[in-house]
Design a protein. Sequence first.
Length: 129
Amino acid sequence: MDYLIEVYAVYGITSLLLTVWLARALFKNGAIFLDGIFADSPKMAEAVNRLLVIGFYLVNFGYACLLLKAERSATVIQAIETLAQKLGLLLLSLAGMHFANLYIFHRIRRRAQLTSMAVPVPPQAYMGR
């Protein structure tokens, strides 16, 4: 018996559910983070958050489709191993993208905080008076 169709079905449904769940969590929690970065422009924070979610969906569904191809599984154990390998690779790549985004936004936020804390030097102090 061949379990390829079952592997595809479970993988597709699981990938879809994981992607939607994770995108919603990132959208909700990312809004708070982006509000801090774009404190002067709340509409910009919302727009960036929506664009990030769209990009997340595109990358995740595209990568999930690329991972879909699998060898035929003759036993249930081979089918489970194939499924675990596909989902594990998908989740690890999502985690990598997530941490890269966090690092980038951390740098942006840090730069914004440093800029807002900078005190302009009065001209008299600059001239040595």
